[in-house]
Write a protein that binds this ligand. Sequence first.
Ligand code: SF4
Length: 96
Amino acid sequence: LFDHPAHPYTRALLSSIPSMDPDHRTEVPPLAGDPPNPINPPSGCRFHTRCAHAQALCSERVPTLSPIEQGQVASCWMHVADSGHTEAPVLLKEAA
Ligand code: SF4
């Protein structure tokens, strides 16, 4: 999780950790906007209102929890092959 954070929210959380190294100070907030209302959460991916990678698909459908690598899983359309997200892997289909 710390070496290869896959979910955009995880990456944002980790990048918000203050650094004691003056050359690696975070000067730009990793997230903008307010957290979603838990009583009336947004449709689709709950993070789509603040995600820098959000696309139309993200607000329409809840992402499935998918395996990534090295036992990691993430609930993000960018990691679901052929999901329709432009950053998702595309599986090559064999000719019939
Ligand atoms: S599903 Fe979409 S909005 Fe949600 S974390 Fe992934 S890219 Fe961002």
